[in-house]
Design a protein around this ligand. Structure first.
Ligand SMILES: Cc1ncc(COP(=O)(O)O)c(C=O)c1O
Length: 126
């Protein structure tokens, strides 16, 4: 991850992450002399899941200093498996604003087959 950040961005660039996220992402960014552009997802008590304000994500991608995004899918630590629609939204924005997306899919093998893989994960629900 750090090698990729170093290779594909410049010192001083901002790297977008959707938090809360695996803490080592921050190390890869900061130790490389880049800045963390952290979008804090909103926790919804009613549905017990994290919501994304895509307009806010777009605003952060539109920042000219933001040249890269580290995507985590499945997302550690919210458990979110991004839907196809959400991934397409991210890629549309990334293409529009020239942001390189790198994806950490290390937990991909843990996603079970079935309709739930197309929906956000809901904690505490069967
Ligand atoms: C999202 C994510 N990426 C990577 C890793 C593993 O990183 P490493 O191989 O550096 O231990 C973990 C471990 O928890 C993780 O949650």
């Amino acid at each position: 991850m750090t090698a990729t950040v170093n290779h594909l961005s410049q010192v001083g660039d901002k790297v977008l992450v959707m938090t809360p996220v695996y803490n080592i992402f921050f190390n890869s960014i900061i130790n490389s002399g880049r800045q963390v552009n952290a979008y804090q997802m909103e926790y919804d008590q009613k549905t017990a899941t994290y919501r994304v304000d895509w307009a806010e994500v777009e605003a952060r991608m539109a920042d000219p200093l933001t040249t890269m995004m580290i995507l985590c899918n499945p997302h550690n630590l919210t458990g979110r498996v991004w839907t196809r629609g959400e991934l397409e939204e991210i890629m549309t924005l990334a293409n529009q604003y020239g942001v390189i997306v790198i994806a950490d899919e290390i937990h991909g093998d843990l996603v079970m087959e079935g309709p739930d893989t197309r929906q956000p994960f809901h904690w505490g629900r069967s």
